[in-house]
Design a protein around this ligand. Structure first.
Ligand code: KG4
Ligand code: ZN
Length: 352
C-alpha cells in the first residue's frame, strides 16, 4: 500500500490531498481545495496574482490535508505534484514546495501531468471508471478526446482547434453579461430557455465526415461564440432572449461533444465513457451523454463537481499509478506551461 501527499497549483486552485491504495483502487483520505476568489473581479485568471495566492496558501492547505487525513509527513511515501501544463508561475509554487519537502523529508517527488490527473479523477468515486474507456476532458483550458486503452496508454483522437469548451462557456457568459466563471451560470439560465428559439450550427460536425478526416474528432468553438455575439447584438430585448440564447448555445455545444465522443466510443468498441474537467460539472452534458451511450449499452461516468474541477486528489490518483510504474523525479523536476500528456501512442497504433 502506497500513501501519497498530492499538490495542485496549475491555475487558480491551491489544493492538497492525501491518497492511498493502488492505482485501480485509490482511496481518498483527505482533500482541501482553496479557490482563489480574487480573479472574479478581473473576469479571468491573472497569472501574477495566482502565483502570489498559491505562495500564501500552499503550506496551510497542505497542513490541513494532513490533519484531515489524521496523518503526518512520516506517514507518506512520496509527494505527487502537478508540474504541467498550466500557468508556469503558479505551477512553480507547487513544484518548488514539493521539492523542498521531498528534500527535507528524504522522500521522492513525482511530477504529474494535470490532464492525466483529470483522467484519474472519476476512478476515485466510481470503481468501474477504469480502462479501457473513451475519455472526454473538457475544462477552461483544454478539450481532449482520448481513447484510454490502459492507464498510461492514451490515443489522442481529437482536440480543440481554438477555444476550449470551458473557455467557450466563459466567453459566452461574458458576452451575455453573466459573472466569471460562466459555465454554471449559463447552465442555470439555459434551463429556463426554450429549445429551438435560437439555432446555431454545430461547429465542425456534419454527417459527411468520415473516420480519417482531419475534422472527424476535432472541435472548434470560436465560431459558436461569434454566433452568440451576433444573436446578442441582434436582440431587441436581451432580458427576454438571454435564456433562449444560452439554451441554444449549450444545446449546440453539447450536441457536438456528444456526437464526437460517441464516434470515438464506437470506433474503438468502448462501453465506458469517462468525463472530466470543469465542464463535466454540467449535468445537462452528462445526461445527454448518458442518453446517447444507452443506444449501444454504454455507461457514462462523470465525477462530482469537487473532483471534476481542479483538485489535488486526481493528482494523487494519477500519482499512485506513476509511483507503481517506478517514476521518481529529483531536484531537476521543473514546471512547464505546455507538455503533451505522457503515455501517448499514435491514434492508429495497434491495441495491446
Ligand atoms: O477543470 P477546471 O476547474 O479548470 C481548468 O483546468 O480550466 O475547469 C473550469 C471550467 C470553467 O471554464 C467553467 O466555466 C467550467 O469549467 N464549468 C462549467 C460548469 N461548471 C464549471 N461549464 C459548464 N457547465 C457547468 N456547470
Ligand atoms: Zn483542469
Amino acid at each position: 500500500m502506497t500513501r501519497l501527499l498530492a499538490l495542485e497549483s496549475s491555475c487558480d486552485e491551491t489544493s492538497a490531498a492525501v491518497v492511498s491504495g493502488s492505482p485501480d483502487a485509490p482511496q481518498l483520505e483527505s482533500l482541501v481545495i482553496l479557490s482563489q476568489d480574487v480573479h472574479r473581479i478581473f473576469g479571468g485568471v491573472v497569472p501574477e496574482i495566482a502565483s502570489r495566492e498559491h505562495l500564501t496558501s500552499v503550506v496551510p492547505v497542505t497542513q490541513q490535508a494532513l490533519r484531515d487525513a489524521g496523518r503526518t509527513f512520516d506517514d507518506i511515501d512520496a509527494i505527487a505534484v502537478t508540474h504541467a501544463p498550466g500557468l508556469v508561475g503558479a505551477l512553480l509554487v507547487g513544484v518548488s514546495y514539493a521539492k523542498a519537502l521531498g528534500h527535507a523529508l528524504g522522500k521522492p517527488v513525482l511530477g504529474i501531468h494535470h490532464m492525466e490527473g483529470h483522467l484519474f479523477a472519476t476512478a476515485l468515486e466510481h470503481p468501474l471508471a477504469t480502462p479501457p474507456f473513451t475519455a472526454l476532458l473538457v475544462s477552461g483550458g483544454h478539450t481532449l478526446l482520448l481513447d484510454v486503452e490502459a492507464w498510461g496508454r492514451y490515443r489522442l483522437l481529437g482536440e480543440t482547434r481554438d477555444d476550449a469548451a470551458g473557455e467557450a462557456f466563459d466567453k459566452t457568459a461574458k458576452l451575455m453579461g453573466l459573472p466569471y466563471p460562466g459555465g454554471k451560470h449559463i447552465e442555470a439560465i439555459a434551463a429556463q430557455g426554450e429549445p429551438g428559439r435560437f439555432r446555431f450550427s454545430k461547429p465542425m460536425l456534419n454527417a459527411g465526415q468520415k473516420l480519417g478526416d482531419a475534422d472527424y474528432y476535432d472541435f472548434s468553438f470560436s465560431g459558436l461564440k461569434t454566433a452568440v455575439l451576433l444573436a446578442v447584438r441582434g436582440s431587441d430585448d436581451l432580458e427576454r432572449d438571454r435564456p433562449h440564447i444560452a439554451r441554444a448555445f449549450q444545446d449546440t455545444l453539447i450536441a457536438t461533444l456528444v456526437a464526437k465522443t460517441m464516434r470515438a466510443a464506437k470506433a474503438h468498441g468502448r462501453q465506458r465513457i469517462v468525463l472530466g474537467g470543469g465542464v463535466a460539472c454540467n449535468r445537462t452534458l452528462a445526461a445527454a451523454m448518458a442518453t446517447a451511450a444507452q443506444e449501444f449499452g454504454g455507461t457514462v461516468f462523470a465525477p462530482s463537481p469537487r473532483l471534476a474541477t481542479d483538485n489535488a486528489a486526481m493528482i494523487g490518483a494519477a500519482g499512485l499509478f506513476r509511483y507503481a510504474q517506478g517514476q521518481r523525479d529529483g531536484a531537476a523536476l521543473n514546471a512547464h506551461s505546455g507538455l503533451p500528456i505522457p503515455g501517448l501512442v499514435a491514434a492508429d497504433a495497434p491495441s495491446r
